[in-house]
Structures are given as C-alpha cells and as structure tokens.
Design a protein around this ligand. Structure first.
Ligand code: F6R
Length: 609
C-alpha cells in the first residue's frame, strides 16, 4: 500500500526521503513523488512507475530547504499516472495520503460547484483543497488540520507541509499506520519503521485519532480536538542490515533461507529441556483465563489465514477446544456469534492488515479477550490486543510471505502445547514428545533447504504446464492452499489448492497431461488415503510432483518429481512441506523472469479494505 516519508533535519530532505521511499518499495506501489523546500518554495516532482523514474527527474536538483515529504502510491482512486501521484499541492499546502476518503464524491461535487479546479482523479487532492480552506482562517498548519479532520470520513492517514512553515510537519492517523522517529537533530515521520531505522531507533507510534506536529526536531502530540497528549517513545530492536539482501538475488530467496534462524528464535524462549516442555512467556493471559476458554476464533488474511487453518487441526487435537478460523474480511461482516469465553487470535505478519484489525476491534467491542500473533512489535494489531506472541522472523520484505508463514505455524503449535499443558488435555509424555519434535524443526528445515538444487530442477520443468492443482490432507491441506497462493502471486500462473479428498467432487475434471498436480503426501496417518488419490490422478494422465517423506520409494515411483522432506512427526510435516512449495514458486518465477520481490498489483501490507 502507499508509503509515506517526511523529514526535517540537517542531512538534506531529498536524500533521506528517497532512501526512505526505497525502503518502502517492498510494500508495493505504482507511482512516486516528493514535495521538498527549495529556497522558500515547495517544489513538487512526481512520476508514474518505479522510484528510479522519479530519481531521474530529481537528478541535478539541489534542494536548499530543511524539510520535505514523499510518497509511493498504490492506486485506489484513479489510474497510476503523474497527475494522480502524490504529493498534491493546493495553495501553499502539499499533502501525501494513505487510505480511502469515503465521502470523496460529495466533497468533490462541492469543490466543483464552487469553482475549484481539480487536477487529479484522486480523493487525496480533495484533502489538500479543504486544508487550504482551513489554513486561511487558522494560525497555522496544526490548527488547520484539527479543523479539517471532522470533514473527512474513512480510514486514512495524512502528512502535510505548508510553504509558509518550513520547520513544521503535521501528520494525522485514522486507520493506516504512522510513526514518528525522533533523532538527535532530525525528525522523520513515516508509514513504516523501515524508513526510519537508519536514522533513529527512538520512535513514537500514532494511535487512531492522534495528530503529531513537529517543529524542527521536537514533536508534540494532540488528540482529534487539538488537546495535547503525553506519549512515550519506544526503542526498536530491528536493524537496517536485517532488511538487506545480504548476497541473495532476491529478498524472497533470502527470507526462505533465513527460516532455520527465524524458527529457532521463535521457539527458544518458550521451551524447556529438562523436562521437555513448553511454557509461553509474557503472553498476557493468566492460567485461569486459559483454563476458562470455551472456544478459539482465529482471524487472518492470505498466508496468515493458511497458518491459522493449520492451527485448527492442532488446537482441536491437543487442547480439545473447538476452534474456528475465518478470513478476516468475511468474519467482520457475517455477524459472528461469539460468547464471552471465546479467545480471539488475530494472526498477522505486518500487524497492520485493515480487515484483521477491524475483526479484532469488533471482538474487543463485544468484550472478548484477544491475542495477537504478530511479526512486527508495536504494530496496530499488536498494540490493540490484550495478549501478544511475537513471531521472531525479523523484517519480511519480499511481498510473498515465507518465513513469517512457518514462524506463525510454529508459534500456534507452541500456543497449543502451552494451553494443552495448562488445561491438562496433554500428559507429560505427550508434551515431552511434541516438544522434542518441535526442537528438531530448525535443523530439519535446514535439511530441506539443502535440497534446493532438486527443487530448482523440478521448478524449471514446471514452466510447460498450463495450470497447477495443489493437493493435501489434514494438517497439510492448508499448505496446499499456501502452495497455490505462492505460485499465483509470483509467477502469475493459475493454481488451486484442494483437500485431496475433494478431488472426486469436481476438480478431477481438470486432470490432464497439461495440469501439474503438486501433492503433499508425508508419511502420516492419512498417507494411504493420499496415495490412493494420487493413483486416481495418475490413472487419468495427471503428472505428479510429490512432496513426501525421505526414502518413500512407493511415492517416488508414482511421481515425475519426488521432493523429499525429512521423516518427522505430525506437527512438523506442514513446516517442512512449506519449504519445497516456497522454493518451487521462487525458482519458477525466476525462470519466467517475474519481479519476484514486487509482483504486479500486490502490496506487502494491505491497510485498506
Ligand atoms: C501472501 C501474503 C499475503 C498476506 C496477507 C496478510 O504471500 O503475503 O497474503 O499474508 O496480506 O498479511 P498480514 O500477515 O501482514 O496480515
């Protein structure tokens, strides 16, 4: 989604803003722009396409002022062209915006009726017109912003600058994220900490309905009515290095290979070795609250939803708590029936996904306990939940989620074991055995990664197929869904994920030699049933690429490509099967020349509905 960066300080706004926008490229965008002080005027330069096109336009321009704002746009209202790119300047005001203004049509009509010239198709430009109106009767940008806010409806954030106040930046958050970085002699306001961490680790997150007004390097915070607020900074522990490619060709590839470390870091704080057990620390849920849970409701989107689906099998088997999993955008509009003893778990890598956040808020309004499984500490979903479990995957930059997926599955496994121990649904031997299985996961993932050469060979062979059917059963069915999603996202080829048992109820009609079947078939309690389904596909000429347990010669004989994972327990199979499906998609996308890290039309963090 849109990226926002604003800067005041000695380094030179052009460099800081462009570097910041580059760090936000991973979020997905289609046009860019800046408004930076040059002498006493705010110079606006915008360009469709990638940041490199804007940099070309900025070449040779020396900006002499102390401040500026910049933007990467992911189009909502109006096609991605220069006219619709941000910033929008009206009078002395320049504005960048993220989110959607819902009363856009009526504002536009009012402005046109009174004779304003509207230059773009965006809702964002309209904000600049209204703010310019307010500025005429205000002492400055802060007062004008306070007067503007009641006129706008929707979930949005803005960052504004005024030609007559070069040392001032004002931002407002209502829905989409906004963070203020406080350096020694500089201040950066951005929609994502990635644009800030190179300069300072001291940051203050705006909550919904809050305004920040910076004067040189001091920042003051206000509520929606302009009443001062006291907000404390937090210190980030992510480094810029964690968000670099470090010798890999793509962020996605680096993140796939980081999984042993990510999983180890997610696991280690919560396991004990003598006895082998799981004790999740700092969850924010007491033992009596855990014993009291009557139902678990998970909400998530995309890949995080697939991780949540895996956990349904695990929670129900290990804790005996009835568990439901909903896609957040469906959950929030289906009038869910929730009793007070339901624990709501929101699963999100970014912690900013608009639908997941809205689902969480709905549950909180009904008085339910909520728990966030997030990869980004201090993100909105994390801040607004009662309890917290952090996936320790580190920054995920590739748009296609990989290390966050396996870290989420592992986190949910750990929670299930923790709940099972506290509620007595698991005995000490079961806890010990499952814990030992999980401890082995990082090194078993390393073994899978060592097979990359074979996964690459298989992937390159897949380019000839016209479609892909991913099959799995039980705990590995959601991995089939994830395999199909990964393939669609980064190769733009059509793929579907199905439970193997559903095949005969429809999708088997698709089976023919040009439709590749990718079957998850580890040696678990459903193995024989899976093999029968594979036989049915083979009998109809479907080419099989199987993911199975090492030395499974039966499966190997049935398959065109047999991708092996180490022999492992029930809980571990989805984690290991994830590695070949990620690498198959990655290598096929590279072979097809796709933009692996920034696939078309996609955004890393979906902050609008
Ligand atoms: C797929 C992908 C998306 C996200 C989804 C939810 O590779 O990355 O499907 O999983 O947008 O995002 P988070 O987890 O940040 O809530």
């Amino acid at each position: 989604m849109c990226g926002i960066v604003g800067y005041w300080g000695p380094v030179g706004p052009k460099k800081v803003i462009i570097d910041g926008l580059r760090r936000l490229e991973y979020r997905g965008y289609d046009s860019t722009g800046v408004a930076i002080f040059n002498q006493k005027t705010l110079q606006v330069l915008r360009s469709p396409g990638k940041l490199a096109a804007l940099e070309e336009r900025l070449k040779g321009i020396e900006f002499s002022g102390p401040s500026g704002i910049g933007h990467t746009r992911w189009a909502t209202h109006g096609v991605p062209n220069e006219r619709n790119a941000h910033p929008h300047k009206v009078g002395p005001i320049a504005i960048v915006h993220n989110g959607i203004i819902e009363n856009y049509a009526e504002i536009r009509e009012m402005l046109i009726r009174r004779g304003d010239k509207i230059n773009s198709d965006t809702d964002s430009e309209l904000i600049a017109h209204l703010l310019n109106d307010e500025l005429k009767s205000s002492k400055g940008l802060l007062e004008a912003t306070v007067k503007l806010i009641p006129k706008l409806k929707g979930a949005y954030s803005i960052l504004v600058i005024n030609e007559n106040e070069p040392d001032t930046l004002v931002a407002f958050k209502s829905g989409t994220p906004m963070v203020v970085g406080l350096g020694e002699k500089e201040v950066i306001i951005a929609s994502d900490v990635q644009a800030i961490i190179e300069h300072t680790k001291r940051v203050i997150y705006l909550d919904d309905g809050e305004i920040v007004c910076t004067q040189k390097n001091s920042a003051k915070f206000y509520d929606i009515h302009g009443k001062p607020l006291d907000k404390k900074p937090v210190t980030l522990n992510w480094s810029t290095q964690m968000a670099e490619k470090q010798g890999f060709d793509h962020f996605m590839q680096k993140e796939i290979f980081e999984q042993p470390r990510a999983l180890r870091q997610t696991l280690e704080p919560h396991v004990t070795l003598n006895p082998y057990s799981v004790n999740v620390k700092d969850l924010g849920l007491s033992e009596s609250e855990i014993k009291d849970i009557s139902r678990i409701q998970l909400i998530a989107c995309g890949t995080s939803w697939h991780a949540a689906l895996v956990s349904k099998y695990v929670f129900e088997r290990l804790t005996k708590i009835p568990t439901d999993v909903d896609i957040a955008s469906e959950f929030r509009y289906r009038d869910p029936i929730l009793d007070k003893k339901t624990l709501v778990i929101a699963v999100s890598q970014s912690g900013e996904t608009a639908d997941t956040l809205a689902g969480l808020r709905l549950c909180k309004q009904q008085g339910l306990k909520t728990l966030a499984i997030c990869n980004v500490p201090h993100s909105s979903i994390d801040r607004e939940s009662h309890g917290h479990f952090y996936t320790q995957a580190g920054p995920e930059i590739g748009v296609a989620s990989t290390k966050a997926f396996t870290a989420q599955i592992l986190s949910l496994h750990l929670l299930a074991l923790h709940f099972g121990r506290i509620r007595g649904s698991l005995n000490a031997d079961q806890i010990s055995s499952y814990t030992q299985d999980l401890i082995k996961v990082p090194s078993q993932v390393e073994v899978c990664l060592n097979h990359d050469k074979w996964f690459k060979e298989a992937a390159e062979d897949l380019a000839k197929y016209k479609g892909f059917l991913y099959l799995g059963r039980g705990i590995c069915f959601p991995v089939a869904l994830e395999g199909a999603l990964k393939l669609k996202e980064i190769t733009y080829l059509h793929a579907e994920g199905y439970p193997s048992g559903e095949l005969k109820h429809g999708p088997i009609a698709l089976v023919e030699p040009t439709m590749a079947i990718i079957a998850m078939c580890p040696q678990d309690d459903l193995y024989e049933k899976n093999v029968s389904n594979i036989e049915e596909v083979r009998a109809r000429g479907g080419p099989i690429i199987s993911i199975g347990t090492e030395n499974d010669h039966t499966l190997e004989k049935l398959s065109l490509h047999f991708l092996s994972i180490p022999k492992a327990g029930w809980l571990t199979n989805p984690l290991l099967s994830a590695i070949p499906i990620q690498l198959l998609s990655y290598h096929l996308a590279v072979a097809l020349g796709r933009d692996v890290d920034q696939p078309r039309n996609l955004a890393k963090s979906v902050t609008v509905e």
